[in-house]
Design a protein around this ligand. Structure first.
Ligand SMILES: [Zn+2]
Length: 128
């Protein structure tokens, strides 16, 4: 029996006998798909990650078995990238003009970044 948890945006399957089943007897479908592939239960330090960040997409090719540690650092890296993109979106107009001015006179991206106190990737995103 498949059940969709709207709050989490994940599919669960009823498996009361499963070691990871919740109080209602349900297990994340992604966990079951991965366990079916590896032929054993996941251990406590293992996490199933959704490669395309869509937690409803439990196809095997979208799932990746990671240690809890690797999973956390992977998501932290993604978060950092989002933040730098966010900073770029909020760049004041004069800085944007300045980027173009400096680029025109031949400054490279790291130098522009240093002069304006912004990240290299922010400069690159804007130039592109
Ligand atoms: Zn993940």
């Amino acid at each position: 029996m498949v059940s969709f948890n709207k709050q989490e945006g994940r599919y669960y399957i009823r498996r009361p006998e499963h070691p990871r089943s919740n109080y209602r007897g349900y297990v994340k479908r992604a966990v079951l798909v991965m366990e079916d592939k590896i032929g054993r239960f996941l251990n406590l330090g293992e996490v199933v990650h959704h490669v395309n960040s869509d937690c409803t997409d439990d196809r095997l090719e979208n799932l990746q078995l990671l240690t809890r540690e690797d999973h956390t650092s992977l998501h932290k890296a993604g978060f950092k990238l989002e933040r730098s993109v966010g900073a770029w979106n909020k760049l004041p107009g004069w800085k944007i003009k300045e980027i173009h001015k400096l680029k025109k006179v031949g400054y490279n991206n790291p130098k522009i970044a240093r002069l304006l106190g912004i990240a290299d990737v922010t400069v690159k995103k804007y130039i592109l």
